[in-house]
Design a protein around this ligand. Structure first.
Ligand code: 13P
Length: 268
């Protein structure tokens, strides 16, 4: 199975994910990415996610997604995040390795685990998508071997053809990249970013090849938006915002339920 990792830039999206995980009895990761700072600060998102995690009936980790600097990682650890991603994948390999090694030493000293990224996803949350040639960004298994050995990371995000955001075209996935990186890194948990919008079959194959954490948000957020459209259409006389928020939560919970069934080996 793979653990689903869901961004929580709103209370509704985080609650929807926790409710779905509880319904299925599966563990969950809630995460905040600096790209969502305009919607909610790292500190406030962290406190909300930690409160939800404490109350949850299933294990819930609170994770920093795409930490972009030592300062961001420190703020997350101080807030109580239980794991951090340090993403220097846009930097030269040696620099990524050296900086990640430093973060790992620091985070492990306070019992916080670290995800890093090698290879590159040709997109960020709000930028233009450039997924025409994802092969150019695939993770190199030999680089991954050295990177993991010398940094001591706990999980590695790899590039094998997924992209963040909405897929403009059918993704060109290389499951062979997952297999080869897994073998080169001694079975280290591998992470899929850009994990929403794939076919059920692609998820199952990626998990069978070694993906153990799947980052998922864009298609959940779109489901929430559809929930609001529907609520507006159902209430032509006017709609309270709290009812719109409830409609969005319900729609996102359904989307997360469907995907968590697949991630945990069911839903066939
Ligand atoms: P999606 O944009 O495919 O939902 O991916 C989210 C993600 O990878 C966050 O790091």
């Amino acid at each position: 199975m793979a653990i689903g990792s869901f961004n929580g830039p709103t209370l509704e999206s985080a609650r929807a994910a926790v409710e779905a995980a509880q319904e299925l009895g599966v563990p969950l990761i809630l995460q905040h990415a600096p790209a969502h700072d305009p919607y909610i600060s790292l500190e406030l998102a962290g406190k909300i996610m930690l409160a939800l995690a404490e109350q949850a009936t299933v294990p819930v980790c609170v994770h920093l997604d795409h930490g972009d600097s030592l300062e961001t990682v420190m703020r997350a650890i101080r807030t109580g995040y239980t794991s951090v991603m340090y993403d220097a994948s846009g930097k030269p390999f040696e620099q990524n390795l050296q900086e990640t090694r430093k973060i790992v030493r620091m985070a492990h000293a306070v019992n916080v685990s670290v995800e890093a990224e090698l290879g590159n996803l040709p997109h960020n949350f709000h930028g233009e998508m450039t997924d025409e040639n994802p092969e150019a960004f695939y993770t190199n298994p030999e680089d991954a071997r050295r990177f993991v050995k010398e940094t001591g990371v706990d999980a590695l995000a790899i590039a094998f053809g997924t992209v963040h955001g909405v897929y403009k075209a059918k993704p060109k996935l290389s499951f062979d990249v997952i297999r080869r990186v897994r073998e080169a890194t001694g079975g280290l948990p591998l992470v899929m970013h850009g994990g929403s919008g794939l076919s059920d079959e692609d998820y199952r194959t990626a998990i069978a090849c070694g993906i153990r954490k799947i980052n998922y948000y864009t298609y959940e957020a779109l489901a929430g938006g559809r929930g609001i459209y529907q609520a507006v259409a159902d209430h032509p006389q006017g709609l309270y915002f709290h009812d719109a928020a409830m409609a969005a939560t319900a729609a996102m919970r359904e989307d997360v339920l469907r995907i968590l069934r697949i991630f945990s080996g069911g839903g066939q």
